[in-house]
Design a protein around this ligand. Structure first.
Ligand SMILES: *Cc1c(COP(=O)(O)O)cnc(C)c1O
Length: 421
């Protein structure tokens, strides 16, 4: 069969209709699995036979979702996790130990920035931040302790975009895996593997599940990184915590996901609930249709905002004058997603009024939902920051963040029009 398109993969990849004839992948709410006999159990534990042991490690419904996301990203293997944060944290844990370093873009989701600058530091893993638009700065930070280069495909909420080809070249030159958090683009809009990513992370909480019902995360290994190239002895030496397996030798192409599952997920335990996997599979089936509408609404809304006298600025890569316009046009052929920010001439008070006066748009902290979501960080999530800290995070008093939903665009505009002062 010819290679299927992403829309077709999103609808049905990885599930073959079984003897029941049911059209949907089943929800297996089981935490344990009967072993056939002693040898079968031993083979499963030794990773010599495929199958299920315990849901902390794997589950058939979780596997359906893993296969689906893996197909969409074109990976060699995928693991689903309890949340986007656990996907990031476990990925770092599989790569780095006390004394090691990560180089990260400075344009990050706030929660990731916190994890990287505080919690990882407490474990002795130092994250060095580089200017997202300056690849040379990333390269200058490389040492023999560097275990990963980390970026978001488009940052939340600043819409900054890294130069993927340049960064992947630097990563390859120094034999460092290149990690891309693709949450805000989704594989429908952007395939990080095509531009040199080795590992792709998602918060499936957002667009992939799409309906704000469940939490989840995923890690995809593109199968492109050579773990024997020198920086990763933990992949090349026997793992005494798991039958002395040697990940890079015993599981050549899938070494990273096997280590992530059998060592890190086993010990940290942040497995995805099969129920959440089931709902995320439902969501993924309409990913492409939703994303097309998210984009169409976003462009129409930006048009409205640009021509509104109460709006000071709109920060979206495709808007004239945006510093990331060229990068966006190079990498993001379909569009730049539906999360962006804009500024109100009325400043802090106008921002506060807007989130209090909208009725269709939801005032909540989430993105990638079918509903339009607005936030005013200065009076809510970032209100405890000092003026200097707000400046550093580029969160001004006038900034509204919006995740444009798939409602009728005229209704979204009417709701904002009513709430703008
Ligand atoms: C939300 C988000 C995360 C964290 O995911 P959770 O599912 O909330 O744990 C990580 N990265 C990005 C870009 C996000 O938007």
């Amino acid at each position: 069969m010819t290679k299927q398109h992403i829309e077709t993969l999103a609808v049905s990849y990885g599930f073959e209709i079984d003897e029941t004839g049911s059209s949907n992948p089943p929800l297996y709410l089981s935490n344990a699995y009967k072993f056939n006999d002693a040898k079968h159990a031993k083979d499963l534990f030794d990773l010599k036979a495929p199958g299920y042991i315990y849901t902390r490690l794997n589950n058939p419904t979780n596997n359906f979702l893993e296969e689906r996301i893996n197909a969409l990203e074109g990976g060699a293997g995928t693991l689903v996790t309890a949340s986007g944060h656990s996907a990031e944290f476990m990925t770092i844990c599989a790569l780095a130990e006390t004394g090691d370093e990560i180089i990260s873009s400075n344009a990050l989701y706030g929660g990731t920035f916190n994890m990287f600058s505080h919690s990882l530091r407490r474990l002795g893993i130092k994250v060095k931040f580089a200017d997202v638009s300056n690849p040379a700065e990333f390269e200058n930070l490389v040492t023999d302790k560097t275990k990963a280069i980390f970026v978001e495909s488009i940052s939340n909420p600043g819409c900054e975009i890294p130069d993927f080809e340049q960064l992947s070249k630097i990563a390859k030159k120094h034999k460092i895996p290149f990690i891309v958090d693709n949450t805000c683009m989704t594989p429908y809009l952007f395939k990080p593997k095509d531009f040199g990513a080795d590992i792709i992370i998602h918060s499936t909480t957002k667009f992939l599940s799409g309906h704000a019902a469940v939490m989840g995360g995923s890690v995809t290994d593109c199968g492109t990184f050579d773990w024997t190239s020198g920086r990763f002895p933990s992949f090349c030496n026997p793992d005494p915590s798991y039958h002395n397996i040697v990940y890079a030798k015993d599981f050549a192409q899938n070494a990273f996901i096997v280590k992530l599952r059998t060592q890190v997920l086993r010990d940290i335990g942040a497995c995805q609930s099969p129920f959440n996997s089931y709902l995320t599979l439902q969501g993924i089936q309409t990913l492409h249709v939703r994303m097309d509408r998210h984009l169409e609404n976003t462009l129409k809304l930006i048009d409205y905002l640009k021509n509104n006298p109460k709006i000071a600025w709109v920060k979206y890569p495709l808007v004239e004058g945006n510093p990331f316009k060229q990068t966006a046009e190079k990498y993001f052929k379909k569009g730049c997603g539906s999360l962006f920010s804009f500024g109100l001439k009325g400043g802090y008070e106008a921002g506060k009024k807007l989130i209090e006066n909208v009725t269709l748009c939801l005032h909540a902290t989430n993105l990638g939902d079918v509903r339009t979501i607005v936030t005013h960080p200065a009076s809510t999530t970032h209100s405890q920051l000092t003026k200097e800290e707000k400046q550093k995070t580029a969160i001004g008093d006038d900034l509204i963040r919006i995740s444009v939903g798939i409602e009728n665009i005229d209704d979204i505009i009417a709701d904002l029009e009513k709430a703008l002062i």
